[in-house]
Every structure is written in structure tokens, then in C-alpha cells.
Design a protein around this ligand. Structure first.
Ligand code: SF4
Length: 475
């Protein structure tokens, strides 16, 4: 079984514990700044082409989302024409049941997995485990998280919160339980750790006959699926097994092969800071004698059509999961990913998770506030998702919801004062007269604000009073 996010407290509470952990902050700062700097260099070298690619990427994704019904049907026929099978999953339970049934039909009890956010979102590994099927993660960072019975904390680098000495300990303690043991005398040299993982995984690749993947893109007109990765583990899973099952969110579609040109430039630059990624695997149905001979595509909704119905929030579905917004976010850099209580952390998680899951829980309604609204996430997003706009939009929804009675009463009071010049004048007079009585620390709910900020001094007179005294009548 894999760990789950169930039981993680709402963001403010979870974040407080995270920022107290100096080792976590050190690991995060080092990793995010390294990737951030690399990204900056390869984006800058494109000069004005970057903005053109960015708006083209946004336009392709927006167009596809507007005509999603058409492209989904086109994708289904293309995949089936190429010898694949398409399954539709309305939610996580349905997707898990479909995949479990498909694996059971192969007679296998082990599967290898290519890193996939969609399968993490639906907690597929746990569903498979309940049916007696063991899923083996093959991406290095996913492997570390799985061996450590930990939770992913980053879209691209799920083990970003761990340092290399922690990874060494996990390998030494756990690898033997899952297959080939770590070598004795393993050091925390990154090359030694990578080699231990390579030997551990190779045996698994050669033995396992069923693979599960996601996809970065699904091309509607040809039925081609595309996975971008850096380690070659994906290539092994996508070519060696006999059966391949791909679980793909319905928003991953692009209309044509030519549309990939834009994303092949923007995705590697935004995610790993590389001009192109080391491995790009594409597959279209099945080819006799070459690669998996049975291919199933599970198209996952799981809340996506609800997101699509929201005219402001739907832009989150343009996301290509590059993680640039995480690496640049000052909040993520200090709290890490676990505090977001979801497989989607950081700025994109703060808008995607509450939309996919709905905002009926304290955890989900806290997420739109997990941001300083500095706008750095929007600046780096390769598909120009206006994350701050969606955050504010979702905050409006939270504020309009049933809770927050104290805040609503304060806003009503503010509306009454600010909506009437007489009331505002009277309030300003009263505040000026009582300025020496204002405490440095506010009582009650407002105290949380003054815990970390200085209350500004109340001036002796308002601007309007000053204007009337000094300037009025001079023009
Ligand atoms: S929101 Fe934009 S920057 Fe963030 S992961 Fe998605 S595509 Fe990348």
C-alpha cells in the first residue's frame, strides 16, 4: 500500500509545521533554486520567441478544451483504429476498477509504472494492492517515495524534500523488501545512488509483463500518446511489457501531431531547464511484433468536466504539469508539497485541487489562500495560466460559502462605513480622537494579523480633513 494524503491538516496548520523544519527548507531551497536558474537561462535564450510559444501553447490548449467533446471522440476512434481499446472513467473509483480488471485479465500480479500524476490522483497503487496486485514505481524519485512509504511533494521531483543521505538510508533499509537489495557500502554519492536504483529496476523491467503509464499528451487525429521523461525508465516500461494500460486525464488532448511542436520546446525548458528532454516516447495503438501487443487507454474525468464548466477556473486544465510555478513560488519554497494535502502542490495545486475535489472540506477551502498572490507563477507558466486570477476567483467562492461568519460580519460593517461618506467621516474622526487608545496587538480573531505585523499608526487627521484645511479653495 502507498501512503495517502488523508488526515493532513488544512494548509495553514500543515505549513506551520513544515516551515519549522530547517532541513526541509534547506533541501527545498537548494533544489528549487537550481531548477529555477536553469529554466531562466534556457528561456531567456529564446528571447521574444518564448512569449510567442507561450501564447500559442495557451491557444492550442484553450481551443482543445472548448471543443473537448469533439476531440475526445476523435481520439477514441483513432486509438481503436490503431488496435487499442478505449475505456471511459467518470471518477477515481471507476478508473481504478477498470485498471484492476484489465491487469487481472492478464493473469499478472506485478505491474511496472511510468511516473503518472493521473494514477497518483486516483490512488491507483492502493486500489491495485487491495486486489493483490503490486505496482512498482520506476521513476527514481517515485521509487524513493514508494520505498520510504512517503508522499510525493513535487509534480516533477516527488522526493524533492529529501536529501541524499536520507535517500541512502531508504535504499539500504527498504530495497531488499521490494527486489534487488542496495549494495553493501552504498554511499550517498548521487552516482552510487542512481546506480543502485538502476540495478534494482533493471531486474524488474525484464521480469514484468504489464505496465501502467500516464501520458503528457494524447494526439486526437492519430491516436498517439506521448510521454516525456529523463531517465529511460519510461521507455523500458513502454516497450518491454506485453500489455500497456495508460490512464490519461481528458484534458491531455492536443488536436494534431503538429501541435506538439510548441510543447516540445516549452515543456522541457519549463520543467527541467533543458532545451529538449532526454526521452520522448510515442505510441499509437499496437504494432505486431513491436512493443506491447495489447494497449488500453483509460480516459479519466474525475472532476475535470466540472472544472471546464467554470469560465474562470477552467484555464487550470491547460496545465502541462511542468512544475515551473512550484519552483518559483515563495510559499512552496518554504512549505514544500505535503502541506497542500494533495498530489498537486504549489500554485497549480492551490487552484486545481479545490476545483477537482470541490471545496466542501476545510483542507480544500484553505488552498486558494495558500499564496501571496505575488504573480510569479503566472510569469513562468508556459501556457499562461493566470493562477492569481483563479485564486482570487476561488477565494470569492469560499467567502460566499456557508462558513466564515465573523469575516462576513466584518465585511458587512466595512461596507456600511465605506458606502456612506457621513459614516466614513464619523469613523475617521472617531479613529483620530482615539488614536492613543489603539493597542499594538488586536484582540480576538484580528490578533492573528497583528501577531506577525505592526499595526500602522492611526493619523491624527484623515486625508480629507487635511485637504479641507490646507488645499480647499486654493485652486
Ligand atoms: S500551472 Fe503552468 S507553470 Fe504550473 S505546472 Fe502547470 S503549466 Fe507548469
Amino acid at each position: 500500500m502507498s501512503a495517502t494524503f488523508l488526515g493532513i491538516p488544512p494548509f495553514p496548520e500543515a505549513a506551520r509545521a513544515a516551515v519549522d523544519d530547517s532541513r526541509l527548507r534547506h533541501n527545498l531551497r537548494k533544489a528549487t533554486h537550481t531548477i529555477r536558474d536553469k529554466r531562466g537561462a534556457v528561456v531567456t535564450e529564446l528571447e521574444e520567441d518564448w512569449e510567442r510559444l507561450r501564447s500559442e501553447g495557451a491557444a492550442i490548449k484553450s481551443h482543445t478544451l472548448r471543443h473537448l467533446d469533439h476531440y475526445l471522440e476523435q481520439l477514441e476512434s483513432s486509438v481503436e483504429r490503431a488496435g487499442g481499446h478505449v475505456h471511459w472513467a467518470a471518477d477515481a473509483a471507476e478508473a481504478n476498477a477498470i485498471v484492476t480488471r484489465l491487469v487481472q485479465a492478464t493473469g499478472e500480479t506485478d505491474v511496472v509504472k511510468v511516473k503518472s500524476m493521473a494514477t497518483q490522483e486516483i490512488e491507483l497503487n492502493n486500489a491495485l494492492a487491495e486486489a493483490g496486485i503490486t505496482a512498482y514505481e520506476t521513476d527514481l524519485a517515485e521509487l524513493i517515495v514508494q520505498l520510504g512509504d512517503d508522499l510525493p511533494s513535487h509534480i516533477l521531483v516527488p522526493a524533492i524534500h529529501l536529501g541524499r543521505s536520507q535517500i541512502r538510508e531508504i535504499f539500504l533499509d527498504q530495497m531488499a523488501e521490494w527486489g534487488v537489495a542496495a549494495p553493501e557500502g552504498l554511499t550517498d554519492d548521487p552516482r552510487a545512488l542512481a546506480e543502485a536504483a538502476r540495478v534494482h529496476l533493471r531486474e524488474r523491467f525484464l521480469r514484468t509483463r504489464t505496465a501502467i503509464s500516464g501520458a503528457n499528451f494524447a494526439v486526437a487525429d492519430s491516436g498517439t500518446l506521448v510521454v516525456l521523461e529523463s531517465e529511460g525508465n519510461g521507455r523500458m516500461c513502454l516497450t518491454l511489457p506485453e500489455t500497456l494500460i495508460s490512464v490519461v486525464g481528458i484534458e491531455k488532448i492536443v488536436p494534431t501531431w503538429a501541435d506538439l511542436e510548441v510543447f516540445m520546446q516549452t515543456l522541457p525548458r519549463s520543467s527541467t531547464g533543458e532545451r529538449m528532454n532526454p526521452y520522448t516516447s510515442t505510441w499509437t495503438g499496437v504494432t505486431p511484433g513491436d512493443g506491447p501487443q495489447e494497449f488500453h487507454l483509460v480516459l479519466l474525468d474525475n472532476g475535470r468536466t466540472d472544472v471546464l464548466a467554470d469560465t474562470v477556473g477552467r484555464q487550470a486544465l491547460r496545465c502541462i504539469r511542468c512544475s515551473a510555478c512550484l519552483n518559483t513560488c515563495p510559499v512552496y519554497e518554504r512549505t514544500g508539497g505535503h502541506a497542500y494535502g494533495s498530489v498537486y502542490p504549489g500554485p497549480i495545486g492551490a487552484i486545481l485541487t479545490p476545483q477537482l475535489r470541490g471545496m466542501s472540506s476545510e483542507v480544500d477551502e484553505a488552498l486558494p489562500y495558500a499564496s501571496s498572490l505575488c504573480g510569479a507563477c503566472y510569469e513562468v507558466c508556459p501556457v499562461a495560466i493566470d493562477i492569481p486570477e483563479v485564486l482570487v476567483h476561488l477565494r470569492e467562492e469560499v467567502a460566499a460559502g456557508p462558513g466564515h461568519l465573523g469575516e462576513k460580519a466584518m465585511m458587512k460593517g466595512a461596507e456600511a462605513v465605506l458606502g456612506s461618506s457621513h459614516a466614513l467621516n464619523a469613523a475617521q474622526h472617531a479613529a483620530g480622537a482615539a488614536r492613543n487608545l489603539v493597542p499594538r496587538h488586536l484582540p480576538g480573531m484580528a490578533g492573528a494579523w497583528t501577531d506577525t505585523r505592526d499595526l500602522p499608526d492611526v493619523p491624527a487627521e484623515s486625508f480629507r480633513q487635511w485637504w479641507n484645511k490646507h488645499e480647499k479653495g486654493q485652486s
